[in-house]
Design a protein around this ligand. Structure first.
Ligand code: UD1
Length: 418
């Protein structure tokens, strides 16, 4: 069991480079099953979630070759199974994308119900509703979902909730369906656009990704392609909040600043100076900051994934701030841990009321999910004394080499095996 030892009162400085987007990579790897020939994917983040997906691809029969740290070549021709191994799949939620890609390619997928971050109840009813609209038969038994449909047919699907996962999964299944599929009330996240761009590079006909109406004209088969994954806006946002919370100054490079508009706007409202370049931005923490209200929403709203990090920054600002979590029920599991470090936060339903405090004190704390872990790490940096952060495996699911990245930003994290 790894733990991170974090000495408090550390300030971020210097410049860091952002890795490829986890949430695009975890969709694009299962999507690679649809390729007729070799695919080469660059800017692949080297994190446990993508490594696990590569292992699943291998277990299904694909040829997988890593070149350096961030290039992956996949030849899916040898895939001969429609049931990814339970022991692997249960570890991550995004393994549900194999439902869409396997049913599109083989007319069948058997996927154990997904694991991943524990953010309260996370149903997949909209994914299944989409598959059945395309003509698939769905069975759920013994914790496994079986999706069967040899000849999927394009359909008009209106999502009841804006869901990133359902939008991508339906897009995958519809890529080779007969005729046109229209997804309305689709999610608009940049990772959906990146996945659509990857599929289009393979020969798919997907239009409108990034808007709330996506049209997919089914094609008979797909070829190969090279694709470069977009930068991770959530990793970039994590470092923006870390710099602001420690009152540091950081240049964040290799990003698409537009993807961070809601974060930049909120940090500026708080009083943090953010200067935007073409592919970078500079965050400069200030001493006199104002409390704010934040409401999380699907893109282009304020991302729910950065809500725990925003909470740490708001805890350092005198006055009362509010966070309303609109995307996930029960995404406040980090609050109790932050309180153990001295935060004053009250949760009422989906709203957290945050009173700014003089400072945090280091404590043994536990990450319960990926972004909660990142938030506790940043809380440790601003605290007085040492924080021992357990549950590091959650952080490694989505952040590439955190010790090295934070070291580049002038901050020391020590990993111990106990
Ligand atoms: C994705 C991201 C996650 C991010 C989230 C919201 C990946 C791998 N993960 O998760 O980092 O926090 O988007 O931006 O990309 N819902 C249903 N029925 C469904 C599907 C979803 O009710 O069939 C609900 C969920 O419970 C949630 C909301 O819709 O309340 C949004 O979830 P969704 O966008 O699907 O999140 P994920 O794709 O799981």
């Amino acid at each position: 069991m790894q733990k991170l030892l974090i000495n408090g009162k550390q300030v971020l400085g210097g410049s860091i480079s952002i890795s490829g987007a986890k949430n695009a990579a975890v969709a694009i790897l299962p999507a690679a099953i649809l390729a007729g020939e070799k695919v080469a994917i660059s800017n692949m983040p080297s994190i446990t979630d993508t490594n696990l997906l590569l292992e699943i691809l291998k277990a299904l029969g694909a040829k997988v070759q890593k070149e350096g740290k961030n290039i992956v070549k996949i030849v899916p021709a040898g895939v001969n199974s429609t049931s990814p191994p339970f022991e692997m799949v249960k570890k991550m939620r995004a393994s549900y994308y194999f439902m869409g890609s396997l049913v599109a390619r083989f007319g069948r997928a058997e996927i154990p119900l997904p694991g991943g971050c524990n953010l309260g109840p996370r149903p997949i009813d909209q994914h299944l509703k989409g598959f059945s609209a395309l003509g698939a038969e769905i069975n759920q038994e013994h914790g496994t979902v079986t999706v069967k449909g040899k000849k999927l047919k394009g359909a008009h699907i209106y999502l009841d909730v804006v869901s990133v996962g359902a939008t991508i999964n339906i897009m995958l299944a519809a890529t080779t369906a007969e005729g046109r599929t229209i997804i309305e009330n689709a999610a608009k996240e940049p990772e959906i656009v990146d996945t659509a761009n990857f599929l289009n590079a393979l020969g798919a006909k997907i239009r409108g990704a990034g808007t709330d109406v996506i049209k997919i004209d089914g094609v008979k088969e797909l070829g190969g392609a090279e694709h470069c994954i977009i930068p991770d806006r959530i990793e970039a946002g994590t470092f923006m909040f870390a710099a602001a919370a420690t009152r540091g100054e950081l240049t964040i490079c290799d990003i698409i600043p537009k993807h961070l508009d809601p974060v930049i706007a909120k940090l500026r409202e708080i009083g943090i100076q953010v200067d935007v370049g073409e592919e970078s931005l500079h965050v400069c923490g200030q001493d006199s900051l104002s409390p704010v209200d934040i409401k999380t929403f699907p893109y282009p709203g304020f991302p729910t994934d950065l809500q725990p990090l925003a909470m740490v920054l708001l805890s350092t600002i005198p006055g009362t701030s509010l966070i309303k979590e609109n995307v996930f029920d029960g995404r406040f599991k980090h609050v109790d841990e932050l309180k153990r470090m001295g935060a004053k936060i009250k949760v009422e339903g989906r709203t957290a009321v945050i009173e700014g405090v003089e400072g945090f004190t280091g404590a043994p704390v536990k990450a319960t999910d990926l972004r909660a872990g990142a938030a506790l790490l940043v809380a440790g940096l601003i605290a007085e004394g040492e924080t021992r952060l357990s549950g590091v495996e959650h952080i490694r699911r989505g952040y590439e080499n955190i010790e090295k990245k934070f070291a580049q930003a002038g901050v020391e994290l020590k990993c111990v095996e106990r």
